[in-house]
Design a protein around this ligand. Structure first.
Ligand code: ATP
Length: 324
């Protein structure tokens, strides 16, 4: 293999730039050419490439987002679109592809490999940490730190006014961000999709906390939570049932996806990039590189796409004990 292409696809996440840098420099280390593809699969279809050498990725390890830009490509979902993408790669002399993204992007990579035989390797990049085969996805650790910092600030104002705050955090259908930041920021309750607390128990818990002398509270709500009410409806529900509470809502939103990557994410990105390129050079294809028990390892893309990342039930218990 003498030329590898790298792209970022789907939602962006802090650490993607550090991963691009790692892929580019590992290629250079092994005397393999590397080209970057702008705007994910869409750029592959539109011939949007850029030659990348080790110096072209200077000053990006500390930057959030992705210098290659990301996109969702409807055209890549069609055979014609993928054929065009393959023709373009072939004209560039590209012989393998590294895809930094989520499970949708991996599905695209898997199909692309089946159709055209080009080796593909995935690097998990999403703040949601919802991918099987890795304990951490790129951007997750940074997002945790961003969210904890934000909740700490909300706590200052909550306790000054004796208020109850519902703080909605990202995570798609997974509760990893909510559960970990809830414990890290000392939340009273944590609502996650994997565990339905139920409205009754939420009220009981809030009553208990009031009786135990707490004057303000933070409830962290995962965006995918299945309690049946969104954060604004939860506010109304609690106000109706517990008029003594002054309730506010804060939806943290896209700030969770941005910012300079944490040291953990930078190191993880560097390790995963090296493994992705070296695995391709060893003749491997259709794997995702990930971290398990602090070791970099490979998981077949198919499993990474189909499997689900379970939450750690022990954390739920820890959270319960902490809110006594
Ligand atoms: P995130 O977790 O942030 O959403 P993702 O990688 O799962 O990231 P998606 O929008 O699901 O994001 O997928 C990114 C792109 O991958 C899509 O826009 C599309 O181009 C490609 N893709 C997804 N599913 C398929 C598929 N079944 N066939 C071909 N391409 C696909």
């Amino acid at each position: 293999i003498s030329k590898i292409a790298v792209l970022t696809s789907g939602g962006d996440a802090p650490g993607m730039n550090a991963a691009i840098r790692s892929v580019v420099r590992t290629c250079a280390y092994h005397n393999v050419e590397c080209i970057g593809v702008y705007r994910g699969y869409q750029g592959m279809i539109e011939n949007d490439f850029k030659e990348m050498g080790p110096r072209s990725v200077k000053d990006i390890i500390n930057k959030g987002g992705t210098v290659l830009k990301s996109a969702r490509s409807k055209e890549f979902m069609t055979v014609e679109g993928r054929k065009q993408a393959y023709e373009n790669l072939k004209n560039q002399g590209v012989q393998a592809l590294v895809v930094i993204g989520g499970d949708g992007s991996f599905t695209g990579a898997e199909i692309f490999n089946k159709e055209f035989g080009i080796p593909v390797m995935g690097i998990p990049g999403t703040i949601d940490n919802d991918i099987y085969g890795t304990s951490h996805t790129l951007g997750y650790d940074t997002a945790l730190n961003t969210v904890v910092e934000a909740i700490d600030k909300i706590r200052d104002t909550a306790s000054s006014h004796n208020r109850l705050f519902f703080v909605e955090v990202m995570g798609r259908d997974a509760g990893h961000i909510a559960l970990n930041t809830g414990i890290g920021a000392g939340a009273e309750e944590i609502l996650i999709p994997e565990e339905d607390l139920g409205l009754e128990r939420l009220l009981d818990s809030l009553k208990r906390s009031k009786e135990s002398g707490k004057s303000s509270s933070i409830v962290v709500v995962a965006e995918g939570d299945k309690i049946g009410k969104n954060v604004f409806e939860l506010k109304e529900y609690v106000e109706e049932n517990m008029p003594e509470y002054d309730v506010r809502v804060s939806v943290l939103g896209h700030m969770q996806r941005g910012g300079s990557p944490s040291c953990f994410d930078r190191v993880l990105a560097s390790r995963l990039g090296v493994k992705a390129v070296e695995s391709i050079l060893e003749g491997k294809t259709n794997y995702m590189v990930g971290l398990l028990n602090d070791k970099v390892c490979l998981t077949p893309l198919e499993q990474a796409i189909k499997g689900s990342s379970e939450i750690d039930k022990e954390l739920l218990r820890v959270s319960d004990i902490m809110t006594i």
